[in-house]
Ligand binder design. Sequence first.
Ligand code: MRU
Length: 341
Amino acid sequence: MKHQNDNIRPVIWQSNQLHLLDQRKLPDKETMMVLEKAPDVTQAIKDMVVRGAPAIGITAAYGVVLAAHTAYAADPDNWQTLIETDLQQLAQARPTAVNLVWALQRMRACFATITGNPISSLLKEADLILQEDIEANYQMGEVGAALLPQDCRVLTHCNAGALATGGYGTALGVIRHGYAAGKISQVYADETRPWLQGARLTAWELLQDNIPVTLLADSAAAALMQQKRVDWIIVGSDRITANGDVANKIGTYSLAVLARQHGVKFMVVAPTSTIDMNLDSGDKIVIEERSNTEILTKAAQGAKAWNPSFDVTPAALVDVIITEKGVLKQPSTKSLLALMN
Ligand code: MRU
């Protein structure tokens, strides 16, 4: 059942096609891109038609359905071998969000049980991944919002909302729930240089749901905290390692350092599909570097650019991680292990 303030679905399967809300065109235009082939899904993930860790994973799961469709039509006895190239390309579409390989592994786990035409079994699994993600967001929204005080002022970074997930959002799920419960009096969002996920996407989706939002330049967050105008930072994550280190959109780490300096609380909201128990700490995470054109559009000609898309916040700076399986206060290797077992 849909929750209050829950009207956006970025990934939809309809009539044997994958429909993606083209996030590059928001907030100016709401257009759906319709895909029928797995290589086009890989390209859409690379180009950020769809972005945000859980949404990337869900999209890749439907990409496997499309890959199997093509492969089964070509050779019904050999489809599992034929789709391998598509699967590998999907896995490499973006490196940092672990939900991508997590979703592909889940789809792969179905292969062994399939006899005959694989489409309905694979589609069922992809639908389940989508549904479970939305359910996890509802749950995390409720649990995260319960930790907020009355009249809470929150700051979020990037877009960890409905657009970044199956629906409802992780960080924005907490904000949606807290706002509906009358606990949140002010929502600030960093514009999120250089791709402007905050200004274009977070502001758009909150306003769709009539939740007022105040944007600020990323560099204004320090002054906001210094002036005691924010109580909680609430963000999502692309990968959380076994010790509780958190990879998220570039700029998250500076928020965490600032939060500690100013006595502001720092909450990370992420489903367990974002937790990577294979990496023991955040320094092992591959950080995607994107095109320097994202930085240089208004720069002096001849300047170079460094454009890491993510950074890593050490576990020690995180007050709480909210997952659908439990809450980790002051996360550590021990508490992560207990949660994941
Ligand atoms: O480069 P993006 O837009 O895919 O980065 C997204 C983020 O960093 C989000 O904050 C993160 O994926 C959490 S989404 C629920």
